[in-house]
Design a protein around this ligand. Structure first.
Ligand code: ADE
Length: 228
C-alpha cells in the first residue's frame, strides 16, 4: 500500500523542506509515500505567468483564475486518477485524526493551495472533492496547511511507523489525549517519575496511562468525551 500526493502551488519553495525530515522522509525512502510539488505557473494563461485576476464585484485581493487550475488538474489527472482532490481553505471541514486516518488509506491525492483571496468558486464546484481547514485562523496561503495535512496523513500510512513510533498511542487515536511521559533521570530537581512507571508491571502501567489519558482529556478537552 502506498500513497502519492500531488500538490499544486504558486510557492513551491515553501514546500521544499517540510517533507525532507524525520518520519515523512522515512516514508518516502521506504517507497510508501511519494510527494510531487507542481508550480501552477506552468499552466499560466500568458507569458507573464498570470494565474490570478481581480475579483468580480470589486473588493481588495486577487482570485486564482479557473483556466490554469483546470489545465493543471486535468493534466495531472491523466497521469493517475485522483481518489480525492482537496482544497485547503479556512472555510473547509476542520482537520482531525479521523480525517487523516481516512486519507492515509487512499492511493492518490491532489492538494490545491490557495493564495490571495482563494480560488474561483467554479473550480471548487467542478473538481474539488474535499475542502479542509487546519484550524480557525487565516494563513497567508494554503502551503503551510498542505504541509500540516501531508504530515498528519503520511505518518499514518500502514508500514510508515514501527513499534517504537506507533501511532496507536498518539493523542486522538483512541479519542483521548496522550498521557504524560518521562525519561531519565528518575528524579530531577526534586520531582520524581511516578512510581508505577518504574514498577515493571505492564498491566498496571497500561491502566495508569489510560487513567491519566482520561483525566487529561476531562481537564483539557471535555468536548472529546462528548461532555462540554
Ligand atoms: N489557507 C489559509 N488559511 C487556512 C487554514 N486555516 N486552513 C487551511 N487552509 C488555509
Amino acid at each position: 500500500m502506498s500513497l502519492t500526493i500531488d500538490i499544486l502551488t504558486v510557492l513551491p519553495e515553501l514546500l521544499e523542506s517540510p517533507f525532507n525530515h524525520s518520519i515523512i522522509k522515512r516514508a518516502k525512502e521506504k517507497g510508501l509515500l511519494e510527494i510531487r510539488v507542481h508550480h501552477l505557473r506552468q499552466w499560466a494563461v500568458n507569458e507573464y505567468g498570470q494565474v490570478d485576476d481581480y475579483q468580480y464585484g470589486g473588493g481588495a485581493g486577487m482570485v486564482m483564475m479557473p483556466e490554469p487550475l483546470a489545465a493543471a488538474i486535468e493534466a495531472l489527472s491523466k497521469d493517475r486518477p485522483f481518489d480525492e482532490i482537496i482544497y485547503v481553505t479556512p472555510d473547509g471541514e476542520r482537520l482531525n485524526q479521523r480525517i487523516a486516518n481516512g486519507l492515509s488509506l487512499k492511493g492518490s491525492i491532489l492538494i490545491i493551495c490557495g493564495h490571495y483571496k482563494g480560488i474561483d468558486q467554479r473550480i471548487r464546484e467542478t473538481y474539488v472533492t474535499k475542502e479542509i481547514s487546519i484550524g480557525d485562523y487565516v494563513l497567508s496561503g494554503g502551503e503551510l496547511a498542505a504541509a500540516v495535512l501531508v504530515d498528519s496523513i503520511g505518518r499514518l500510512i500502514p508500514g510508515v511507523l514501527n513499534d517504537e513510533t506507533s501511532a496507536l498511542f498518539d493523542s486522538f487515536q483512541d479519542g483521548l489525549l496522550a498521557p504524560p511521559v518521562y525519561t531519565r533521570p528518575a528524579s530531577w530537581r526534586g520531582m520524581d517519575v511516578p512510581g508505577i512507571l518504574l514498577s515493571g508491571d505492564p498491566r498496571k502501567i497500561e491502566d495508569w496511562r489510560h487513567e491519566e489519558s482520561v483525566r487529561r482529556t476531562e481537564e483539557r478537552r471535555p468536548d472529546l468525551l462528548g461532555e462540554e
